[in-house]
Design a protein around this ligand. Structure first.
Ligand code: BES
Ligand code: MG
Ligand code: ZN
Length: 493
């Protein structure tokens, strides 16, 4: 998408978005030739600019764009980033179409503070997933995309331009996550996922290592291997990416670990219909790590960041792991496999233990579509947040509220830790009998055994990463949840 700035309003855009406050001075836009239109409409109560209210006006005036989309933002004192982002996204999404390739947006002083969420709202809806469509269907899906964004404003400041640039980097990275998560499991295979990660690393000149199954065996990552055993092609990988900026605020890195489960059939504890179909989404945590790396350098993040993604499928074949198998994890702890569908915690256990030992991070944060229980508890708007460090979780909550990528804290009670202790091995991957109760907490209690003394937080994104019913800034399926949240965290930690 091209970004263009213009001091004077022109007729170029196919549609012009005019964000308007209910009690704002339309004086701000009066000298654009639009002020009168808006003022008259407000006076005649045709358009009050209440939150979410919109009006599409067709103008025949020479200097004005043909379509003018008035978007109400409500009263200025009630406005916040989330409201701006969501309102603009929702209204724009319903107006995109065939003849709209250039979008204009009117900016003015009272809006400056909200440039980033405004731009995000516009850019996040410039997405579709039509890779597998052909012919007319593909064309139709692509028609809703636009290619240029022109910002109109008399005095567009450097900080406004910076905010727009940031929004663009963020939205591009969100879209990259969405593409990876939406990708069919026969396209985004373990190998191809690793290739995508390599391409990102190459583009930004990060160091990246993609370790194969032989290396994983040599290292003794028995938990990851055990899940991979059921995969016919026996392709497991561990992707390790590192971003080390020249100027760093702290030496110790932030470690991100993302579940990269290419397809989760459940293994011998096979998932039934209605639960298995969309399990290509189970790589959302891993995709998030790759997406974050796509943004780090361009956003000039000043922290040393390491990203680790364990990659495998969870299928059934003659060598697949069985309930009652015992495996030895990278940490040395032995694990009784009680349920082959609780595979995410197994692959994360090895990735976390390896990451913490190797990189000695200040913070460790993992992302995983880990439990159906999290969806039951929190639905699709909040990710589950669990961890062992109050101040780290507080910082994540703060970023969550700011970015509207929400989190809700769930507890790790000592009883849950006890519940994950094994009968014959050190640990077991699900507890006895009551595994459906507090499932998200118990999964986190299991992970906690592998993070050592590191300050650690776990985000269960099972409900937020993938939705049939999208929220304002999303389309059906992959959401790219967590990217804006984690970048905000990195900017402030
Ligand atoms: N990938 C699933 C969790 C999931 C469910 C993600 C729905 C997204 C949407 C995970 O591997 C899983 O199967 N978890 C089990 C754990 C259980 C066996 C303790 C679950 O939630 O049923
Ligand atoms: Mg599973
Ligand atoms: Zn899974």
């Amino acid at each position: 998408m091209h970004i263009i700035y213009s001091k004077v309003l022109t007729a170029t855009p196919d549609m012009l978005i005019c964000p308007i406050f209910e009690d704002g001075k339309s004086g701000d836009i009066s000298d654009t030739g639009l002020g009168k239109i808006v003022k008259d409409m407000q006076k005649n109560k045709l358009f009050k600019a209440q939150t979410g209210e919109y009006k599409l006006v067709y103008s025949s005036s020479k200097g004005l764009p043909k379509r003018i989309l008035l978007v109400g933002l409500g009263k200025i004192i009630k406005v916040n980033d989330g409201l701006i982002r969501n309102t603009v996204a929702k209204v724009l999404k319903s107006h995109l179409g065939k003849d709209i390739n250039t979008i204009g947006v009117l900016t003015y002083k009272a809006l400056d503070l909200y440039t980033k969420p405004l731009a995000e709202g516009i850019m996040l809806v410039n997405y579709n997933f039509a890779q597998y469509k052909t012919g007319k269907d593909m064309k139709k899906a692509k028609e809703k995309l636009f290619s240029d964004l022109i910002l109109f404003g008399k005095n567009i400041s450097v900080s406004v331009k910076k905010a727009v640039k940031e929004a663009q980097i963020l939205s591009d990275s969100v879209n990259l996550v969405r593409d990876l998560v939406n990708g069919a499991p026969n396209y985004i295979t373990v190998d191809n996922f690793a290739k995508e990660a390599k391409a990102i690393a190459k583009k930004h000149k990060y160091s990246i290592k993609v370790y194969d199954r032989a290396w994983i065996e040599k290292k003794g990552m028995g938990a990851l291997l055990s899940v991979n055993n059921g995969s016919g092609n026996k392709t497991a990988k561990l992707v390790v990416m590192e971003y080390k900026p020249k100027v760093m605020t702290k030496k110790d890195p932030v470690l991100f670990v993302g579940k990269g489960l290419i397809f989760d059939a459940g293994g011998y504890n096979l998932k039934p219909s209605k639960y298995i179909e969309d399990m290509h989404q189970d790589k959302a945590g891993g995709a998030l790590v790759v997406g974050i790396f796509n943004a780090l350098k361009d956003l000039k993040i000043k922290r040393h960041v390491v990203g680790i993604v364990p990659l495998t499928e969870n299928l059934i074949d003659a060598y697949a792991q069985k309930p009652s198998d015992v495996v030895t994890s990278y940490s040395g702890k032995t694990i009784e496999i009680r349920n082959t569908d609780a595979e995410g915690r197994l692959i994360l256990a090895d990735a976390l233990a390896y990451g913490v030992e190797t990189f000695k991070p200040e913070y460790t944060i993992d992302f995983a579509t880990l439990t159906g229980a999290c969806m039951v508890a929190l639905g699709d708007r909040y990710a589950g947040l669990l961890g062992n460090n109050e101040s780290l979780m507080k910082a994540i909550k703060k970023s969550a509220d700011k970015t509207d990528e929400l989190v809700w804290e769930l507890p790790i009670h000592d009883d849950f830790r006890q519940a994950m202790k094994g009968k014959v091995a050190d640990l077991r991957n699900i507890d006895n009998g009551t595994s459906s109760l507090a499932g998200t907490s118990k999964a986190a209690a299991f992970l906690e055994y592998f993070v050592g003394k590191s300050k650690w937080a776990h985000l269960d994104i099972a409900g937020t990463a993938y939705n049939e019913k999208p929220k304002a800034t999303d389309y059906p399926f992959a959401t790219g949840y967590g990217l804006r949240l984690m970048i905000d965290f990195l900017e402030n930690c």
